[in-house]
Design a protein around this ligand. Structure first.
Ligand code: ADP
Ligand code: MG
Length: 238
């Protein structure tokens, strides 16, 4: 687990500025949600944290270590995306253990960590099934399993629930919340859904057109939105 420090980071694609310079200090174990309308720059911000896109300016420090110029694999983070494609020809056990195997982790260690992750996510009964024989929620849990088995310093999640139906989405929100309570890993979670943000976050970062409009707890946002955009976006009486 680690704190994440984002210092004066900005992003342009050519002459198109998609993120104005921003800074954000994320505490060890905190669950921070980036929320805003489509195209406001949420995924870009997450990709910069992950090392999948370079920042145009600024620095990123994870757990006291500068990672600004490090490749994704060297940042000790795990990502969960919306399109969490599992390997169809591999069992749940092999899917969860795949990343460790690629890193050359010893077989016994892989087995132990996969079984721990499966227990946390309650997919132990399905370890020998293929993805096609799982429900949508079970598949989502396996995708989370692939992330937690690596025991990263931080989780980055980009709309991980948006492919699920509404009922399952609400259920998985609670599951991710419970998972976070259990393992307490620093998490940056992206969604365009303000209800998801307000129910899951320790702190919410509200974005519009590449600009952070407010960083606050859900209570603070609801009771004192910084401006009309924030008030109407979260539906506060503000
Ligand atoms: P969000 O995740 O909030 O929907 P994105 O971070 O995906 O928003 O995109 C922010 C803006 O950056 C959008 O205007 C998008 O079109 C633009 N953008 C994203 N990726 C690229 C790219 N590779 N090249 C050019 N523009 C991009
Ligand atoms: Mg996005």
């Amino acid at each position: 687990m680690a704190n994440i420090s984002i210092r004066n980071v900005s992003k342009s694609y050519g002459s198109l500025k998609v993120l104005e310079p921003f800074s954000l200090e994320i505490e060890n174990g905190e669950f921070v949600v980036l929320v805003g309308p489509s195209g406001c720059g949420k995924s870009t911000m997450l990709k910069i944290l992950a090392g999948l896109e370079p920042a145009t300016e600024g620095r990123i420090i994870i757990g006291g270590r500068e990672v600004t110029d490090l490749a994704p694999g060297d940042r000790d983070i795990a990502m969960v995306f919306q399109n969490y494609a599992l390997y169809p020809h591999l069992t749940v056990r092999q899917n969860i253990g795949f990343g460790l195997k690629m890193r050359g982790t010893a077989r016994a260690e892989i087995d132990r960590r996969v079984e721990d992750a499966a227990r946390i996510l309650e997919v132990t009964p399905y370890l020998d099934r293929k993805p096609k024989d799982l429900s949508g929620g079970q598949r989502q849990r396996v995708a989370l399993g692939r992330a937690i088995v690596r025991q990263p310093q931080a989780f980055l999640m980009d709309e991980p629930l948006s492919n699920l139906d509404a009922k399952l989405r609400v259920h998985m929100r609670a599951e991710i919340g419970a998972l976070h309570k259990r393992i307490g890993v620093t998490t940056v979670y992206v969604t365009h859904d303000q209800v998801e943000a307000m129910t899951m976050a320790d702190r919410v970062v509200i974005m519009q057109d590449g600009i952070i409009q407010q960083i606050a707890t859900p209570d603070e946002l609801f009771n004192s939105p910084a401006n009309l955009f924030v008030a109407s976006f979260i539906g506060s009486p503000g």
